[in-house]
Write a protein of this length. Structure first.
Lengths: 522, 522
């Protein structure tokens, strides 16, 4: 094993120091502006499923894949050139990596943690260390609510989800393509999406990756909002790069990856491995593949610009045996996430993992059971950035309004879970036992009165009333209650302030870019 | 800390040895009959939330509660006499325990694991070590299905749930009061319940605890089924004893507890602590209380009959801040379970924990989200016997037909989760990568063909089809699919064979007991 605890030259101070100290170090060394950094601070350990021997075995398999099988970079000579210069064996599009090369490149300069800045500094988040960031689901062409059913997403839906994520205290992040605004031409959508994130929210957000030009224009818009100098020194936008598994980066992805890295912005590198299709059906093999693919992407960021922030992602999925359909929220990917967490910590790179996954078409019992398994795996495995934390339906094909609300409530519960169990004298409650003794209730005792209001997690969607109360209030199921909640949130939504100069500059940029090219619908 | 790894004189060999070895040791040393022992063998570690310092702090609080506050035994002089003889300080009904006394009594003779025999030896289960046993929900006066809604449970419902648990491969146990058969007099119900477990299932089951006489008659019926000698040497029935929290055992419970222990049958000792009512609102204090109460019960079993099998249980709950209603499936009890698991392992006693808890009135998104959190806590904390694993609705007030099916499917997923990640050469799949290389799919490769059929967990209730397929099949939600499933299971149910002599003897016993006393309805 490489010495993973040695400082690896990341750009942000505080690398390797978790907890309050680490955060303070980061805060004091980051950009000049003082930031209140929100989000969750993990106070519970990770769940380490696999022993040392198993981890070493999988690391050996990763090395074999990198050395022997290799990865292709299709249609991107610049990436091949970087690999060649770094000492990899390049033959046509195929790159093979001498043992240890990829790991060494990662360890040399990838930040262990970094601040992802929001335009409202109070909403900037730390990615890495003991911080956990929840972000909405990403990329679905359809949207769903229980009144209108399922239909294609529009820019209005996109804005609605930006507003809902802004209004939810349990989302730390505005996300990226919260749904595809299918009513806007494919080659212009990114402009409206970035504008919406900036205009309707002040939380951190993600940019486009579907073409190098769109990635660059996303970053350009961030420069208008944050200032070009600030952007060169700080992460203000993320690009979510999908590996074309198995073992291929296509040109759109590797070029977009390098665009973000070149601008010193964060790249999230995510293989999508559907067992039996883009990878093997066995979990250990899929883990090795996922790590190999993601590590190569993180290393490429470092070759493009050493010290640029990157997140190692994974997205394991299983398959329904009878139909061959992808499945989500099943036990195999949950187990896989735990091991990927362990392996990623040995690299010292922030981790993106899992989400509120389901194949259900509606936010029913199946949806929430699968999502709970998947989200709990994310929290247990030590993920730092949890994309798809709210809204996901139908294997990612639909973004659900009610699902978003139920998932956000689960994220709220996970805040309490991540806080762990306090052990101070008040928590031990011996004074309560001394006051109450045996056989009497604790309703009115001093300890209860002192702690009652903050004692327990308070669900925004669960119905804990009696059967009779619930029946008399209309026998509403969780979907119906969630429906009322998102409608109220949109009704009560108020946009955060935005500097009119920035707003104007963004609108002018959009107009110019839209005029400069014909509409493309594919 | 006491030396918990030293053999504590349990009656079953193999104490302290988990895994295949432990099971083989138990099997060879248990009763003369060879048993095929089914159930899940845990191949993943427990999730140990708390460090040594925290555990010691909570153990000190447990000692303080036992020494300083004490527990009451109301109306049961025999229990007080046992405690007096064991060296406790008895003053009226109040018993205080010198430091270490309770722990020492537990460690001296409580079996680390034991076989809970079923009348079909192939269905006997191991309780303890690396084995995990799922058992249906227990004790609800109401039943629920989506066609008829919620109503009082009947003996027909009781039999239906026994049949469903028998038919489900994911339930290892028939449970106890799977619902209250409210149409049968209170003082005669236990006879019909025990008879139903024996007649309609051949899985292990639980007996009555609501009065000493009913406990003894439950055990008498087990003697008719298994033979009196066998019962004296082996566990064939369990009694679930609820502590009257805080810190009280009422006479019905302590007498029933001693009845099971006296007969060498298993006692499950379970405090029910609703934070703010029967215990403090802080989790650390509730954990200490729960452990103190349960430890005293386990120790009392050992005083009544050293070596009698016992399970330490817990049942933590939180409270809705606005209404004061109990809540379930929330993060605080999930965290509490993890620590109770750690503390119980230090005592070397089998653990009962959690279940598919929810306050929802129907098996909707709320129900399955809460149940998934609660069940996952049970599995992560190392519980050996998981009561309430299927069917629970409405804070335990209702047993749900569809909920049972969805929960059983989740138990099925947990079988795969508990099996962990294989790491043999087949699992590493390097041959698959060598065959497929980069950029091609794995559909037809030899590794996929070899592993496909057993590769992934196969849900019995999830709909993984496309939106169009799902819509064309009637847009059924998870509840509706579960409804079809339990109806089919009852339709296809076939009773296991039962020796006609045993059947006659049981029926004669029931008839005699029913004639011997007038109906009581409270």
């Amino acid at each position: 094993m490489a010495d993973i605890d040695a400082p690896a030259g990341g750009r942000i101070a505080g690398r390797g120091r978790g907890g309050r100290q680490g955060r303070q170090a980061q805060r004091s060394s980051a950009a000049a502006t003082p930031h209140i950094i929100p989000g969750i601070k993990r106070a519970i350990p990770t769940y380490d499923l696999m022993g040392e021997e198993g981890l070493v075995k999988i690391e050996a398999a990763i090395d074999t894949l990198l050395q022997e099988i290799g990865l292709e970079f299709r249609g991107d000579p610049a990436s091949l050139k970087l690999w060649d210069a770094a000492g990899a064996d390049v033959a046509g599009d195929l790159v093979r990596f001498p043992k240890g090369l990829v790991r060494d490149i990662i360890l040399r300069s990838t930040p262990r943690s970094f601040v992802h800045h929001a335009r409202n500094p109070a909403r900037s988040v730390v990615v890495g260390g003991n911080d956990v960031v929840f972000s909405p689901a990403y990329g679905s062409p359809f949207v769903h609510d229980i009144d209108q059913g399922r239909r294609y997403g529009s820019l209005e839906d996109f804005r609605n989800f930006v507003k809902l994520a802004y209004a939810s205290p349990w989302m730390h992040h505005s996300g990226g393509t919260v749904c595809e605004p299918v009513d806007i031409p494919v080659n212009k959508r990114h402009l409206d999406m970035i504008y919406s994130h900036i205009r309707y929210s002040d939380k951190p957000f993600m940019g486009s990756v579907t073409a190098e030009e769109r990635a660059e224009e996303s970053i350009d818009m961030a420069r208008l909002a944050f200032g070009a100098d600030f952007v060169d020194r700080n992460c203000v936008i993320m690009g979510n790069i999908n590996v074309n598994s198995p073992l291929v980066y296509d040109a759109a992805m590797s070029k977009a990856l390098r665009a973000y890295a070149r601008a010193n912005q964060c790249t999230v590198v995510v293989p999508f491995i559907l067992g039996g299709a883009m990878g093997p059906v066995t979990t250990a093999g899929a883990i090795a593949q996922s790590m190999a693919e993601a590590m190569v992407g993180v290393a490429l960021c470092q070759l493009e610009r050493p010290g640029s922030p990157a997140i190692l992602g994974n997205f394991l999925s299983s398959t329904a045996l009878r139909s061959g359909s992808p499945t989500f929220g099943t036990p195999e990917p949950a187990l896989g996430s735990l091991v990927i967490g362990q392996l990623t910590r040995r690299l010292g790179v922030p981790l993106r993992c899992s989400g509120a996954f389901t194949t259900s078409k509606i936010p029913d019992g199946q949806a929430m059971m699968e999502s709970a398994v998947s989200m709990q795996a994310a929290v247990l495995c030590g993920a730092h950035f949890i994309l798809h934390a709210a809204g996901w339906l139908e294997g990612g094909l639909a973004m659900g309004y009610e699902k978003f609300i139920l998932d956000a409530d689960f994220c709220s519960a996970l805040h309490t879970y991540l806080a762990g169990i306090p052990l101070d004298d008040n928590a031990m409650a011996l004074d309560a036992f001394r006051e109450v003794g045996s056989g009497k209730h604790f309703f009115g005792c001093a300890h209860t009165m002192r702690n009652y209001e903050t004692a327990f997690w308070d669900s925004a969607t669960a119905d804990n009333n009696s059967f009779e109360q619930w029946r008399d209030a209309g026998s509403k199921d969780a979907m119906r209650r969630a429906n009322e909640k998102w409608r109220a949130m949109l009704r009560d939504y108020e946009a955060p302030p935005l500097d009119p100069g920035i707003d104007e500059a963004l609108q002018a940029f959009m107009a110019r870019k839209k005029e400069s090219r014909p509409d493309m619908w594919y």
